[in-house]
Design a protein around this ligand. Structure first.
Ligand code: ATR
Length: 282
């Protein structure tokens, strides 16, 4: 019997998840499909509660429904519970279960792209305090970083995340980020700065040590001004597309029973699609 899954949210038209999961379904010869469901927040709770009746084995959840999805779960795993949001849902004996795979995707991408990136685990500097930042801060603490400094323009948002995850997370004003730069093993941009058509992220990287890794969750463009500046200094860089690919792995395995691989070819398929749609320069 064909297994059905989908991406849900509003809007979902831009989502690359159908391309990602469609690629894996074909690659592994699985009798399944992965579609799109436009689910406005007002209908979200009802939609997720009736997932089984709609014929789905599970789904992904994107903005703005991740918190609503979490609130209707019968069972939230530790990640979802820590974040209060879920991006991957599945059914187990009729019970709606959920997790958040953003943090997993972030870490798995670093593990794959820059082996040994977390050798020291002393200090991670995270810029931005939105939903993605929350997941990444949590993942960095879980990975064993002694300190995660969270710098945000609105200090209060950084303080809220720090309060949720304990003393290892230290909130900081955005314009003070350079003060901890010299101690950072990794710098992560979780702000929207650097996105195509928007303002660039301009931070002074001169104090970063040569072993530091610079990572950006923005993937349009692939080479953000931040990553370009980091590469120019000879630092190791990790772009945001890999996180998108890796965050899909746990869901695919849940629904379709095969743990899929993130390959260079898959990455090229996504890049080609982003180029064809005009988002990435040819
Ligand atoms: P997400 O998609 O991860 O949930 P978001 O909630 O839209 O993200 O948050 C975007 C992040 O980019 C925030 O940390 C925001 O800072 P504020 O909390 O102060 O709004 C940050 N950001 C956006 N524009 C910025 C700018 N011009 N300078 C500094 N930070 C900026």
């Amino acid at each position: 019997m064909t297994v059905h899954a989908c991406i849900t949210g509003s809007p979902v038209s831009y989502s690359r998840s159908p391309l990602l999961h469609g690629y894996w379904l074909k690659a592994y010869g699985i009798d399944g499909d992965y579609g799109r469901e436009e689910v406005p927040p007002a209908q979200a709770a009802e939609f997720y509660r009736s997932l089984a009746a709609r014929g789905y084995a599970g789904c992904n959840v994107t903005a703005p429904n991740k918190e609503i999805a979490f609130s209707v779960l019968d069972e939230a795993d530790e990640n979802a519970a820590a974040l209060g949001s879920a991006n991957t849902l599945w059914l187990e004996d009729g019970r709606l279960c959920g997790t958040s795979t953003d943090g997993y995707g972030f870490i798995a991408n670093l593990d794959a792209s820059v082996p040994g990136w977390d050798g020291a685990r002393r200090l991670a500097l995270v810029l931005g305090a939105g939903g993605a930042s929350r997941a990444i801060v949590h993942a960095l603490v879980q990975r064993g970083f002694e300190r995660v400094v969270l710098a945000n323009r609105t200090l209060e948002r950084a303080e809220i995340i720090a309060t949720a995850f304990g003393k290892k997370v230290v909130p900081l004003a955005f314009d003070k980020a350079s003060e901890v730069m010299a101690d950072a093993d990794i710098l992560v941009n979780c702000t929207s700065l650097g996105m195509k058509g928007g303002a660039a992220l301009t931070v002074d990287l001169s104090r970063l040590r040569p072993e530091a890794v610079v990572s950006d969750i923005v993937y349009v463009p692939l080479l953000t001004p931040l990553l370009t500046a980091a590469a120019a200094r000879g630092l190791r860089t990790v772009d945001g597309l890999g996180m998108l690919l890796h965050q899909g792995v746990p869901g695919f395995e849940r629904w379709f029973g095969v743990r899929p691989e993130v390959t260079a070819e898959l990455r090229e398929v996504l890049i080609a699609d982003l180029r064809a749609s005009g988002q990435l320069a040819a």
